[in-house]
Design a protein around this ligand. Sequence first.
Ligand code: ADP
Length: 410
Amino acid sequence: MSPTFLYTLIAILLTLLLWLGWHSYVLKRRVVELTKAVLNTSNQPLPQDMPHLEELSNAIAALQSQFRDRLADANAEGAQLAAVIEQIPDGIIIADEEDKIQFANPAAHTLLENASLLESRVVQALRYHQLIEIWQKSKKTKTVQSDVLEIPFQRGFLQLVVAPDQYAPGGSLLLIQDLTRLRHLETVRRDFISNLSHELRTPLASLRALTETLQDGALDDPPVAQRFLSRIETEVDALTQMAQELLDLSRIESGQIELNLQNTTPQKILQRATERMRMQAERADIHLVLDCPNELPNIQADVARIEQVLVNLIHNGIKFTSMGGTVTLSAESGSRSIRFAVSDSGIGIPANDLPRIFERFYKADPSRRSRGTGLGLSISKHLIEAHGGKLWAESVEGQGSTFYFELPIN
Ligand code: ADP
């Protein structure tokens, strides 16, 4: 072997060694950097000395497991959110920048009465021009817009809230809420207050007129004064009754009454109510008839409360029936309940009024009828419903009325 060849070989070997050394140095630095980066990402402590390949592999495994955990958490959160969006009663719609609907929850389909909202245009989905205008205004002004629409011919109310630039620039998020019940409650409250003040005004005006007449000289005429005093007493009684009924109603509606349930027979309740009202019926020249079979199953009822309902129904029967007429009480057994009926041969209830007579203060044509608070049927309905039963009426104007209620058999 010539010396030149030997030197060349040594030079090549040395170069190779240097090259390998350099590369192993570079590789090691990369490993260090990579390990540090991985440890950093997974929030693990950095080692004191130089990390090795094995530590890199451990760090990557730890990062992988962390990643899997986070993915599972994100999936669980996503599933929860999807369940909430699926169930909430408010409609949610997401539209892209081309105004095409990319997401709509079930409530949105129901509220907009459209079974296939996906991929349709927002303008088609919203239908009512008032809603479309709100959405367009939000897109134009790039601000959140909202308004309430009264749905034509349906006595319903929809609220639309539009948030622009959601989901994608130019896209929008639409929230649709059904405000019908809320609006109805507001109306009921407003009506209640106006009815109450109206009902109070009449007896208060009478009281004022009576006291003024007494002050103006009637006091000096004892027989006249006596008559006026007894009229004052009647007005005060009416006001007291109204206050008591209002209190009853508010207690029942807020679930504050407790039923004192007892095992009893339908006959016993009907007999007690008939006895209580017999005198009043005789005074009005009305035949009060009890027509009830002896063998009826027992029921669980708050006897005093059911008696209160029956007394109220009989009282109405007498009040709205002319002299010589009849009010009949009866009961019969169904498969799961006892059906009570209070039937009269009186003036009946106009078909228009029939669905409304159970509302608070409702009186069918009050000018024609004798005075009352208009609260009795409302209280009765609540009491029967508190027993798990139902109360309803059937009537033909001029041919009498029948009020039914059912109570579950034990
Ligand atoms: P009130 O009798 O004090 O006015 P209710 O709530 O008991 O109040 O009844 C509400 C309305 O229903 C009455 O004003 C009357 O117009 C109608 N009504 C109830 N019972 C009868 C009946 N038996 N016959 C005819 N109308 C009735």
